[in-house]
Design a protein around this ligand. Structure first.
Ligand code: ARG
Length: 498
């Protein structure tokens, strides 16, 4: 989303004709005065709000974060009021000027946020009225805070999604670059965290790439449903002012309007969907981070994390703790919590708007901030990890990881796979007992059953390099396939991400 200054510029007049009501507008002093006591939506009450209730129901502390979107939505709404002839063009100019002043005051921290004005919407409208007089009170014509807050939230989330997408694109590129450097680097692949078969580190990294590419795809899809205009729904039923909703949608760069006014003001499924995508993305990140933590331990020593991403211990001078990946792993907990909060918040709410929905903001904002923070950390950390190729190879050699290759070798010699599995199992047991690796066994030892099927060529399949090279098809670990997968990603996935 462009800066607010620029956005003032995008609010071009609607092609629709004015109705000529400009001249019928009453002068400021003709308007009925509303007494101070009743000015804060309390015309029908006989006592002022309880102080505790005021604090309990206020949201300004956290929804002031929506000030830009609130101003932006108001500018578009005012433009619509002017093109429909509900306010005059001079009044529109006053509102535009006033809102710009409000924005400036907020950004220079001169703005006095008031808890008795409850939320960001009433604070801004109140200040606008102070600055430009009675015209400020016309801004809310044909609008309710119900469609206003839903609009603000959608604009805010759309902007956040675009920022996240950019970060994800950078991270995907970083992963592909690292994978390319390590297309041939051998490491043990694991199942049950036990060394299983040799793989290439590039292949492992491209698995991370795939996870994140799907997360990005989900986010792009979610953006479409976020990008709909609620304004015009007013409180719940629409407005007699017949707003040109498509025009307002165009001004705010929404892809369309929310079709049903009740749904527009009440559902927060778009926020829930984002929180789900954030949760799943963080679930993926927590898996990667678990691996980074394990790999950087003395037990693995596969990688060394950059010092600037690690912390020391207050008591143990030798420690270099992988706090950043640990924290990312931990933060998946809070975003899952946010998702559950929003799901539970929405559950059982009757149509249409209910105050429950005010509780949507903090979980949503927290998931946005957490996701962005984790992406920043990973973007900084990943390209700078030191990969200890010797240790990775050593662990591959020590784990009998080519046992399956030996079984496949025997299958090629005409033995059924189940019999081959049995024979190789016995060979592994023999190797363990004699403290040897498979490729250290002599042909006599390998042919201990006397069948003499295993020949000299077996040693080429018992090496990790031979093993990975033999798995040379789409989606498999051979260096050639890793390079093809990276090329496909660069051609198909990364350009779409721009
Ligand atoms: N602060 C409120 C929220 O976040 C704005 C909408 C209030 N609407 C109402 N009818 N009380 O949901």
């Amino acid at each position: 989303m462009a800066e607010i200054g620029k956005l003032l510029g995008i609010l071009t007049p609607s092609p629709h004709k004015r109705t000529g009501r400009d001249n019928n507008m009453k002068e400021e002093n003709d308007q009925p005065k509303v007494s101070k006591k009743t000015s804060l939506l309390r015309g029908r009450f006989s006592e002022t709000t309880d102080r505790f209730v005021q604090i309990f129901t206020a949201s300004v502390d956290f929804d002031k974060r929506l000030y830009r979107e609130d101003i932006l939505g108001s500018l578009a709404h005012a433009q619509m009021l002017a093109t429909s002839g509900i306010i005059s063009s001079d009044e529109l100019k006053d509102i535009q000027r006033g809102l710009d002043l409000v924005r400036e005051e907020i950004e220079t921290c001169e703005f006095k946020w008031r808890i008795d004005l409850e939320d960001v919407h009433m604070n801004i409208e109140h200040r606008l009225t102070e600055l430009i007089g009675l015209t400020g009170k016309k801004l809310h014509t044909g609008r309710s805070r119900n469609d206003q807050v839903a609009t603000d939230l959608r604009l805010h989330l759309r902007n956040a999604i675009d920022e996240v997408l950019e970060q994800e694109n950078r991270l995907l590129t970083a992963i592909a670059n690292l994978a390319e450097r390590h297309a041939e680097t051998i490491m043990p692949g694991f199942t049950h965290l036990q060394a299983a078969q040799p793989i290439t580190f590039g292949h492992h990294l491209m698995a991370w790439f795939e996870m994140l590419a799907r997360d990005r795809e989900r986010l792009l899809s979610c953006r479409k449903r976020v990008n709909r205009l609620p304004l015009g729904a007013a409180a719940l039923a629409g407005t007699p002012y017949l707003p040109d909703r498509q025009y307002v949608a165009g001004l705010l760069e929404f892809e369309g309007i929310c079709e049903n006014s009740l749904d527009a003001v009440s559902d927060r499924d778009f926020a829930i969907e984002f929180c789900f995508v954030a949760s799943l993305t963080l679930t993926h990140f927590s898996r990667w981070c678990e691996e980074l933590v394990l790999w950087s331990s003395q037990q693995f020593e596969f990688i060394d994390l950059p010092d600037r991403f690690c912390t020391g211990s207050s008591i143990m001078p030798q420690k270099k703790n992988p706090d950043v990946p640990e924290l990312i792993r931990g933060k998946s907990g809070r975003v899952n919590g946010n998702l559950i909060s929003l799901l539970t918040l929405m559950k059982s709410q009757p149509l249409a708007y209910n105050k429950d929905n005010q509780e949507d903001k903090e979980p949503l904002f927290d998931s946005i901030d957490t996701l962005k923070g984790c992406l920043t950390a990973l973007e900084g950390m990943l390209p700078n990890i030191q990969v200890n190729e010797a240790k990775m190879l050593d662990a591959t050699l020590r784990g009998f990881t080519t046992a399956t290759d030996l079984a496949d070798y025997l299958v090629n010699k005409g033995i059924t796979f189940r019999d081959a599995h049995e024979l190789v199992g016995a060979a592994v047991q023999y190797a363990i007992q004699h403290d040897k690796q498979l490729d250290e066994l002599t042909l006599e030892e390998l042919n201990s059953d006397g069948a003499r099927i295993i020949e000299e060529d077996v040693y080429s399949v018992l090496t990790p390099v031979g093993s990975v090279a033999s798995r040379n098809h789409d989606g498999a670990t051979a260096p050639q396939q890793v390079r093809l997968a990276i090329a496909r990603a660069r051609e198909q996935i990364l350009p779409q991400a721009d």
